[in-house]
Design a protein around this ligand. Structure first.
Ligand code: NI
Length: 137
């Protein structure tokens, strides 16, 4: 078993807020992340896949295939978008780094499995100081 990681990047806007809370409470809890006029991040997405090395090919997964899956199902749908309003699979989701990483896992998982591999980790870097890692449970 070996792990391999592909990085892709996207830029997106979002906002953390609860519509059932007052503006004051949103500001108190979420701070600048609650700005009604949105804010953006240069996200970095690291997708780690695990599997056995194919003895004929010498690799777990063709990185071109992995990159294609990530771009088709994730970055093409998130890049230069507003995560709160433009993305079907994030509808009604609080767009925290945690929740976005979990949603990305759910989108990618069936497509990785279809290639005979398993998803190991979705790491989403929101800022140079903050990232989350989701391992599927
Ligand atoms: Ni933010």
């Amino acid at each position: 078993m070996i792990h391999i990681t592909r990085r892709e990047r996207f830029n997106a806007a979002h906002r953390l807020f609860r519509s059932d809370w007052s503006e004051e409470k949103n500001n108190e809890i979420f701070g600048g992340c609650a700005n009604p006029n949105w804010h953006g991040h240069n996200y970095e997405l690291f997708v780690t896949v695990k599997g056995n090395v194919n003895p004929e090919l010498g690799y777990v997964i063709n990185l071109k295939d992995l990159s294609g899956i990530i771009r088709t199902y994730i970055t093409n749908r998130l890049d230069h978008r507003n995560l709160n309003v433009d993305v079907d699979f994030l509808r009604d989701v609080m767009t925290s780094t945690e929740n976005v990483a979990i949603a990305i896992w759910r989108q990618l998982d069936p497509h990785i499995r279809a290639l005979g591999c398993s998803l190991h980790c979705v790491k989403l870097v929101e800022t140079e100081n903050n990232y989350v890692e989701y391992f599927g449970e």
